[in-house]
Write a protein that binds this ligand. Structure first.
Ligand code: PAF
Length: 284
């Protein structure tokens, strides 16, 4: 496995692969790799001969300084996980290599996609995500990029970015991976301490409750309000949002029948750790 910290070096590796007719896959990450990331890298390795994994904790997408400062860093372990899962190149640039000393990013307006839910709760977050992913896509010049469906709204934003600016780049959404007890895997889970690890299971439980009402849209609203009341009583839990949306546009679904793109989405702080989760709704 190659490792590179500069765009020039990365480009020479990728161009050499392309010259040999290899398909190039790209998995962008912020490190602290867990089995969810490994599954993205494995997917990329099944579809592509060259698999570039970027490891870069992007300062411009953190709306909360403490979250940035406490974001887990574990480069040695990450290199092992990436290699084991099938990465052929790890790109781990210094912040100046990508931003050239200027961390100002342009605002992005994709309508509700960037203004609602995550966009509303984390002001400027998608400006930073789009800025860094645009830089990474330009640096890597991949044929396909792999993103987890755990960050469902991010995936929809990236699809729009690629459609507008990176014609021909395939964006592959990959399934959310859960711990055996149902907690959605996230790099932030290592910060859930004591009883909060158990409390965090509430998010998955809430999504299941909503899914159980998928055949009766009017009951979904009742379930959402009941969950909001329950969450308000829970020690150490701050529910930011829970709703049912179209997973492509991120517009809320209110009364109509639940369609193929309907998702329940949730974000909550548990013991000071911000968690998100989602599940596709299926009426069965
Ligand atoms: O999903 C993430 O880890 C990040 O938002 C991404 C896409 C690597 C951009 O920094």
């Amino acid at each position: 496995m190659n490792t590179s910290t500069t765009i020039d070096e990365l480009k020479s590796i990728v161009h050499a692969s392309k010259a040999k007719g290899k398909r190039v896959g790209f998995v962008p990450t912020m490190g602290a790799l867990h089995p969810g990331h490994a599954s993205l890298i494995e997917r990329a390795a099944q579809a592509c001969e060259e698999v570039v994994v970027s490891i870069f904790v992007n300062p411009t997408q953190f709306n909360n300084r403490k979250d940035f400062e406490t974001y887990p860093l574990m480069m040695d372990k990450d290199l092992e996980v990436a290699q084991e899962a099938g990465a052929t190149v790890v790109f781990a640039p210094h912040v100046d290599e990508l931003y050239g000393g200027d961390l100002a990013v342009a605002p992005v307006d994709y309508g509700p996609l960037t203004s609602s839910y995550e966009g509303q709760k984390r002001k400027g977050h998608f400006d930073g995500v789009v800025a860094v992913v645009r830089k990474l896509f330009s640096a890597v010049e991949a044929d396909a990029a792999f993103f987890g469906e755990k960050d469902l709204q991010q995936l929809a934003v990236i699809r729009k970015l690629a459609e507008d600016e990176f014609i021909g780049l395939e964006i592959a959404g990959c399934p959310l991976i859960r711990e055996p007890d149902g907690l959605a895997m996230s790099s932030r889970n290592v910060r859930l301490v004591g009883e909060f690890r158990q409390t965090a299971l509430a998010l998955h439980g809430w999504l299941n409750r909503i899914n159980n009402q998928a055949c009766k849209p009017s009951d979904i609203q009742t379930a959402l309000r009941a969950i909001e009341s329950e969450a308000a009583e829970m020690e150490g839990v701050e529910l930011e949002y829970i709703d049912v949306v179209n997973g492509l546009s991120f517009e809320p679904l209110r009364d109509g029948p639940v369609g193929p793109d309907a998702f329940a989405i949730v974000a909550a702080q548990v013991g000071g750790v911000r968690l998100i989760d989602n599940c596709a709704l299926a009426c069965s």
